[in-house]
Write a protein that binds this ligand. Structure first.
Ligand code: BDR
Ligand code: CA
Length: 348
């Protein structure tokens, strides 16, 4: 079993990462922190709680709200892709202001909300102490502000981190500029801090996440398992599947109108959990990765040293080949895992 901490900015595909994190058999989710990103941080925090409730999370998996803005740059959201509140068009989730949602935030003895940094540090420390050296994998599916702050604030806890796994960046490919992918573009300085940390790090770039397309056929299976491929779209089998179907439909429309993706939307963020649960589904290669921090046209680009121009040592972090870069995913294997997790979620 892998112990994980998940940092998210839900976000349609972040929601699917939350579902997988809750229902993959070999994943133990310790807590969820949230960041500015697809929507303002107050929305992403509430959205994480709405998803945990809808996906049948046990009450000990709490939400820890985190950074409201990037380290240096102003915050930038993405209503075109995710709607104004981050989960545009998604039906059947609890209301953002419902007492159940608001009581999902972690609080201390005085009733004050525990923030991302403290929550993450405590979970990692506790796992290490209770589990006789149990390490935690820290997964990021949004801008990496919270993770960078953790790296800066708790260098002594980095030995207890198994790995950083993040969805973001591209190998010669951007999506929110000609060169930069959204998560890295939002907080490029945070991404560089994480890449420089002396911790094993894996990047799932858009080159790979663009392989994980929810086609109409997969959408039908999600909505109603066992549907023959040639059938008209059936009625939703359950509330959960209806919710997921509306999520996919909104995301599909956004990807069609913004990027011309006609076959379906890519489930970027869910791949991080699939990677931690079943690394054998992925091909990776170890390279030096840095982030362009000043380029006039390329700010936020992940610069992957494919040809090994830099002479690098063997360490993770500064001066080393600091990143395992995913190159491909077994798409069928990924969707099998997702659909099986949805079935498990449906039974909760
Ligand atoms: C990333 O940006 C957001 O739109 C998604 O949630 C994903 O994390 C893809 O570039
Ligand atoms: Ca995201």
């Amino acid at each position: 079993t892998k112990y994980i901490w998940l940092d998210v900015d839900p976000g349609h595909d972040d929601a699917t990462a939350l579902l997988l994190a809750l229902h993959c058999p070999n994943i133990h989710l310790l807590g969820v922190s949230t960041t500015h990103g697809n929507a303002p941080s107050d929305c992403t925090a509430v959205n994480a709680a709405r998803c945990l409730l809808a996906f049948g999370a046990k009450r000990d998996i709490r939400v820890y709200p985190g950074a409201e803005k990037p380290l240096l740059r102003p915050a930038k959201h993405d209503p075109e892709i995710h709607g104004l509140d981050g989960l545009g068009g998604v039906e059947g989730l609890p209301a953002p202001d419902s007492p159940d949602v608001l009581s999902w935030f972690a609080t201390d003895g005085d009733g004050a909300t525990i923030r991302a940094l403290e929550g993450m540090a405590k979970a990692i420390k506790d796992a290490w102490n209770k589990g006789a050296g149990q390490k935690v994998t820290v997964i990021s599916t949004g801008p990496m502000t919270n993770i960078a702050i953790f790296v800066a604030a708790y260098p002594n806890l980095l030995d207890a981190v198994e790995e950083f796994v993040f969805m973001g960046g591209g190998v010669g490919l951007g999506n929110r500029s000609a060169a930069a992918e959204y998560n890295i573009m939002c907080d490029p300085h945070a991404a560089q801090i994480v890449l420089d940390a002396p911790v094993k790090t894996t990047m799932i770039p858009i080159n790979v996440s663009h392989m994980a397309i929810v086609t109409d056929a997969i959408h039908k299976q999600l909505l109603c398992p066992g549907t023959p491929l040639e059938a008209e779209t059936p009625q939703a089998a359950t509330n959960l599947r209806h919710t997921l179907s509306t999520l996919i439909s909104f995301f599909a429309d956004a990807y069609k109108s913004t990027f011309g993706f006609n076959d379906g939307p890519p489930l970027h963020d869910a791949l991080t959990i699939a990677y931690v649960s079943q690394p054998e589904l992925f091909k990776t290669i170890r390279k030096r990765v840095d982030v362009e921090l000043t380029g006039t046209h390329t700010m936020g680009e992940t610069v992957v040293d494919i040809w090994n121009y830099q002479s690098c040592n063997d360490s993770w972090g500064t001066g080393g080949k600091n990143c395992l870069v995913a190159q491909s995913v077994d798409v069928d294997g990924f969707f099998d895992l997702l659909l099986a997790s949805v079935s498990r979620c449906d039974k909760v």
